[in-house]
Ligand binder design. Structure first.
Ligand SMILES: [Fe+2]
Ligand SMILES: [Fe+2]
Length: 168
């Protein structure tokens, strides 16, 4: 059993997680268009992770014997200046998602909804990790300052990323 307020916000969050997945696929597509296939792979894996996040909320709502409402998605932006711009926008988006998770946690705490507090902790940790990963890559891209040989070596690094569904 969840309050109407919390259920509505979780339903909204499911929409944001699916939108994140959509956004990262749009970014992957942009990366392919500028021949950075490794970076495209990074965003394809990221899109899968976001879908996993959405499903984690989806399953939680069902476990709590409530009903998920699936809503339509906005078209994500597909035009970027360069690969650095893509990561700057990713960081901006992840910070927004972190603020959303905090909002959910604030409501759960106000309501003393202990099961949801416990559930949301995973997402708090996940956001720390996601922001750190994106910041790290953005920093390297800033330092590269458009140097194509450095960008290609980062691209080969990004090609190695694989999606492994978290076990928790
Ligand atoms: Fe997410
Ligand atoms: Fe994310």
């Amino acid at each position: 059993m969840l309050s109407e307020k919390l259920l509505n916000e979780i339903n909204e969050q499911i929409g944001y997680e699916f939108y994140s997945s959509h956004l990262y696929l749009a970014m992957a597509s942009y990366c392919y268009s500028i021949d950075l296939d490794g970076f495209a792979n990074f965003f394809i894996v990221q899109a899968e992770e976001e879908r996993f996040h959405a499903m984690k909320f989806f399953n939680y709502v069902n476990e709590m014997d409530e009903t998920v409402t699936i809503k339509g998605l906005e078209t994500p932006p597909s035009d970027y200046t360069n690969i650095e711009d893509v990561y700057a926008k990713t960081l901006e988006h992840e910070k927004f998602v972190t603020s959303r998770i905090y909002k959910l946690m604030d409501i759960a705490m106000e309501e003393k909804e202990h099961a949801t507090i416990s559930f949301l902790k995973w997402f708090i940790d996940e956001q720390v990790e996601e922001e750190a990963t994106v910041k790290g890559i953005l920093q390297k891209l800033k330092r590269a300052n458009g140097d194509i040989s450095i960008i290609y070596s980062l691209d080969s690094e990004m090609a190695k990323r694989v999606f492994t569904p978290p076990t928790v």
